[in-house]
Design a protein around this ligand. Structure first.
Ligand code: TMP
Length: 201
């Protein structure tokens, strides 16, 4: 199973993923935790993307695409083939939200290149950890190039995510303003059911 966690800055994805992984491991499932950017081409690409100050939207998009293609080939597909549950911090909705809604690249153009990078892989479920951008940004250090973008940019990113969630039943919106434990329980309620149904098939 391929499970993706999405959301704006400071939504608490990393903490939620760690806790979900722990709960699933306790129940005997074999779990791989990974992330974009950084899961495919290594932490250097993560650093490059976050620190390169002169990059414009189109080359930035292609860096994310190169990372995604490598991530799928080197990490996600092999783990799925071995029957593992993959928990992934960000996937293609991040690109649509950040490069599309945030940077203003037409969504159709992103979809075209993402389709090539993604090689047909789609998540079984996407947990969208949603919270107002001003709360999320207060929780971060706003240290990197993307975090430092304006409040208006991050507001557009959130709007994008919320629109995707309206149209796509594979996206489960989670209220990330709730305390951590409640966020975890909201995710587990959906996930444990899905995992047990898959196992019984
Ligand atoms: P994170 O490590 O805090 O999740 O940061 C990753 C950053 O990269 C975050 O600001 C969102 C951004 N991002 C994109 O802009 N497009 C993408 O396709 C992905 C995967 C991430």
């Amino acid at each position: 199973m391929f499970i993706v966690f999405e959301g704006g800055e400071g939504a608490g994805k990393s903490t939620a993923i760690e806790s979900v992984a722990e709960e699933l491991r306790k129940r005997g499932y074999s779990i791989v935790v990974t992330r974009e950017p950084g899961g495919g081409l290594g932490k250097e690409i993560d650093e490059l993307i976050k620190k390169n100050l002169n990059i414009t939207p189109l080359p930035e998009l292609f860096l994310f695409m190169a990372e995604r293609a490598a991530h799928i080939e080197n990490v996600i597909e092999p783990a799925l083939r071995e029957g593992k549950i993959v928990l992934c911090d960000r996937f293609y909705h991040s690109t649509l939200a950040y490069q599309g809604y945030g940077r203003g690249i037409p969504l159709e153009l992103i979809e075209k290149v993402d389709e090539i990078a993604r090689q047909g892989l789609l998540p079984d479920v996407v947990f969208l950890l949603d919270l107002p951008e001003e709360i999320g940004l207060l929780r971060t250090e706003r240290a990197d190039r993307i975090e430092k973008e304006s409040m208006v940019f991050h507001k557009r990113v959130r709007e994008g995510y919320l629109r995707f969630a309206e149209d796509d039943p594979s996206i489960r919106k989670i209220d990330a303003t709730k305390p951590r434990e409640e966020v975890l329980q909201d995710i587990l309620k959906v996930l444990l059911l899905m995992v047990s149904v898959q196992q019984s098939v």
